[in-house]
Ligand binder design. Structure first.
Ligand code: ATP
Ligand code: MG
Length: 224
């Protein structure tokens, strides 16, 4: 499903940084994997490369059998739109859109008619128990509610791959635990492959597999 072979990512600048250093990683369909490691170890870089938000310096990345290496920017955007659901630490909701519109946005971008997109968005907001908040703007919601909207948005296209970068990092412990339960539940229901970057050992341990990065390398790959 996801396969990285000798993937290296360097950032040029005053001081060149090797954010990922010859990473080999295979993730099977339906796996739920946590990615841990100290700040700066390369976790976000790894997610961004898998999600097609950035490109590796060398090595190969295959998603669903498709080689991302050397494909055009348009093709990369298409893969991202069709296959990947992103969940970020700071939610990244559009402040001028209400909940329903935020969740429907990825569907509009795929050319869904308005009514059908809104219907799906409503179903997903029901699923994350925000069916009664559809007309609220993001700034009228609590942090945990915003993250639930962001999760509903990430799932709107039923992506085969969900990438979450510290989805509970900005929430209190109890709300974080709820979000975590939701991610588990949705993965079970949708059968998606899920990668969760986290600093929270409880979140990490709740996953069947934990990959540890250090200085851009995989230093541990634990299966429970
Ligand atoms: N756009 C960039 N330009 C230059 N260096 C970068 C860039 N993005 C990341 N880096 C560097 O690459 C390394 C890995 O960064 P990355 O964001 O992947 O770390 P991380 O493991 O997600 O850390 P954190 O837990 O703090 O989010 C860091 O040393 C960082 O400074
Ligand atoms: Mg990060």
């Amino acid at each position: 499903m996801i396969e990285l072979t000798a993937v290296t990512k360097q950032f040029a600048g005053k001081n060149q940084v090797t954010a990922l250093d010859r990473v080999d990683l295979k993730i099977a369909k339906g796996e739920l994997v946590s990615i841990v490691g100290t700040s700066g170890s390369g976790k976000s870089t790894l997610l961004n490369l898998i999600g097609g938000l950035d490109r590796q310096t060398s090595g190969e990345i295959h998603i669903d059998g498709q080689n991302l290496t050397g494909i055009s920017d348009d093709d990369l955007t298409r893969i991202r739109r069709d296959k990947i659901g992103f969940i970020f630490q700071f939610f990244n909701l559009l402040p001028t859109l209400n909940c329903l519109e935020n969740v429907a946005l990825p569907l509009h971008l795929r050319g869904w008619p308005r009514q059908k997109a809104h219907q799906r968005a409503q179903e997903l907001l029901d699923l994350v128990q925000l069916g009664k908040r559809v007309e609220h703007q993001p700034d009228e919601l609590s942090g945990g509610e915003r993250q639930r909207v962001a999760i509903a948005r990430a799932l709107s296209i039923y992506p085969p791959i969900v990438l979450a970068d510290e989805p509970t990092g900005n929430l209190d412990t109890r709300t974080g635990a709820e979000i975590l339960r939701l991610i588990h539940d949705l993965r079970d229901r949708l059968g998606a492959t899920v990668l969760v970057v986290t600093h929270d050992s409880k979140v990490a341990e709740s996953c069947q597999r934990t990959v540890t990065l250090s200085d851009g390398r995989v230093v541990n790959d634990l299966r429970r």
